[in-house]
Design a protein around this ligand. Structure first.
Ligand code: NAP
Ligand code: MG
Length: 486
């Protein structure tokens, strides 16, 4: 199937409304992890390009963008959402080629998520308000809600176009300008959405895209004095580094980092629903999902039953060609990621976990970074496979004994991104939810997202929120105005 498709044009930087090569002329290759084939070459932003893009974004804060009425800003963002839908086939194909995820996910799930994000946040552009405050009858005191300025967005490879939308939609709705640095492994959809933003009527310089290396372009963005805020999604390690670097210029930060989220299955749960939720919770997106339910904690009374059903489901999920619409398990993003994931499986087995499904690489047509849907049973919560983020299709199943033990195990990790609770007991659902150290809790469901619901972690998973009304505070600042009427 892949051989019959049109070639992908080389990717370029988008700076000040124009597609340009890097100042140095440097390019890098982007490859399809499912076939190891070259997709195309992409211009590689260097420090000079970052400076040009940031200056363009800074100048655009004073240009037509600032003079646009909020309703017109809203219309442009809505149109961008529409253009994403109109170019759905192309965007989905680029995403699948670059990332290895099934076309089922990129075409039917990711496209709609991206479009909904732009549509949802377009509505906020007209609803940002300040307050009038009566502190003294002789004064007029009020607050203005203003954009923060130039936003630097640094995003990962697992949901490339969704991440573009999660950062750009609210930042632009609030009147900021943005410089977007996609992951080196998956630059293509960010570039395409940057082009569509121009088509939607978003003025030049407002939405810049800089494919390139984190260590060079990302680093330069974080250091640049004209960038007011960095919105980062990625690994905890890089997030910690960015926080240190951003201290020099006192930038605002949103850090959406890793996770090791528990799915807690109580004995009174609807077991079939829980098995289904736990399976998609880890194997959707090949497990390369920040909020993946990578630990399943199962109450002892139903442990064996649950495990048997889970293994049966996992074994039915077979890696296959990501461009085939029937495929539900694609290729990991790179060989390096595959090696890392397989290394964890080996570590788990050495630590005493029982491998009950998968565990192997499984090339498709002799190629690619495919890994089987893998289940490790009888995992102790202290093991590496229970503590560290694997970021692949590997599930650690951990037994527990009662509510307190479940909570203790669920919270005994560095991370705190998300959690799932499976029970028919309403009281238990709510009390357990309150005691979980997590930014999101799903009850009798798992892995749902909506632009109206904030997403972001606690503890080692970072701080600040993407999405929802909550994220508007990340992209606006409040000015207090005092006027003497006496
Ligand atoms: P990563 O290595 O931290 O990379 C994320 C982004 O940061 C990439 O664009 C990367 O560029 C850039 N970067 C790397 N080093 C940098 C530096 N020194 N200065 C500035 N930028 C730098 O993460 P990843 O491997 O792409 O993604 C996987 C991680 O993301 C996982 O830990 C996952 O949990 C997390 N994640 C979190 C969420 C959430 O919402 N909490 C969502 C999705 C993913 P290069 O590509 O060039 O290295
Ligand atoms: Mg690639």
């Amino acid at each position: 199937m892949s051989g019959t498709l049109a070639p992908v044009k080389p990717g370029r930087l988008i700076i000040n409304g124009e597609s340009v090569d890097a100042a140095s002329g440097a390019t890098f290759e982007t490859r399809n992890p499912a076939t190891d084939e070259l997709i195309t070459t992409v211009a590689e932003a260097g420090i000079e390009d970052v400076d040009r893009a940031v200056r363009a974004a800074h100048a655009a804060l004073e240009g037509p963008w600032a003079k646009m009425k909020p309703i017109d800003r809203a219309r442009a963002l809505w149109k961008l959402g529409d253009l994403v839908l109109q170019n759905a086939d192309e965007l989905a194909r680029l995403e699948t080629l670059d990332n290895g995820k099934p076309i089922f996910e990129s075409r039917l799930v990711d496209i709609d998520t991206v479009a909904r994000c732009f549509h949802y946040f377009s509505g906020w552009a007209t609803k940002l308000t300040g307050d009038t405050n009566s502190v003294n009858p002789g004064w007029f005191t009020y607050t203005l809600r203003e954009p923060v300025g130039v936003v630097g967005a640094i995003i990962p490879w697992n949901f490339p176009m969704i991440m573009v939308a999660w950062k750009a939609a609210p930042a632009l709705a609030c009147g900021n300008t943005i410089v977007m640095k996609p992951a080196e492994l998956t630059p293509l959809t960010a570039i395409r959405i940057g082009e569509l933003a121009l088509e939607a009527g978003i003025p030049a310089g407002v939405f810049n895209v800089l494919p390139g290396k984190g260590r060079i372009a990302g680093e330069a963005l974080v250091k640049h004095p004209l960038v007011s805020k960095i919105s980062f999604t990625g690994s905890t390690e890089v997030g910690q580094h960015l926080m240190r670097t951003a201290a020099d210029t006192l930038k605002k930060l949103t850090l959406e980092l890793g996770g090791k989220s528990p799915n807690i299955v109580f004995a009174d749960a609807d077991l079939d629903a829980a098995v289904k939720g736990a399976t998609t919770g880890i194997f959707y997106g090949k497990g390369e999902v920040c909020g993946a339910g990578s630990r399943v904690l199962v109450e002892k009374g139903v442990y064996d039953d649950f495990l048997a059903k889970l293994v049966e489901r996992a074994k039915k999920l077979v890696p296959a060609d990501p461009l085939d619409p029937k495929t539900r398990l694609g290729s990991l993003v790179s060989r390096q990621q595959m090696e890392r994931v397989l290394g964890y499986v080996e570590t788990g087995v050495k630590e005493g976990a029982r491998l009950v499904a998968g565990g192997q690489a499984q090339p498709v047509n002799g190629k690619g970074a495919f890994v089987q849907a893998t289940v490790l049973a009888d995992v102790d919560n202290k093991m590496k496979v229970a503590q560290e983020e694997i970021f692949g299709p590997v599930l650690s199943v951990i037994p527990f004994d009662g509510v307190d033990d479940a909570i203790a195990k669920a919270n005994d990790v560095f991370y705190g991104l998300a959690a799932g609770v499976w029970t028919r007991d309403l009281k238990k659902a709510h009390t357990v939810t309150r005691r979980l150290a997590a930014g999101t809790v799903w009850v009798n469901m798992y892995g749902f997202y909506d632009p109206g619901m904030p997403f972001g972690g606690v503890k080692g998973s970072g701080f600040g929120k993407d999405l929802g009304e909550a994220c508007l505070h990340e992209y606006t600042q409040v000015k207090s105005v005092w006027l003497n009427l006496e």
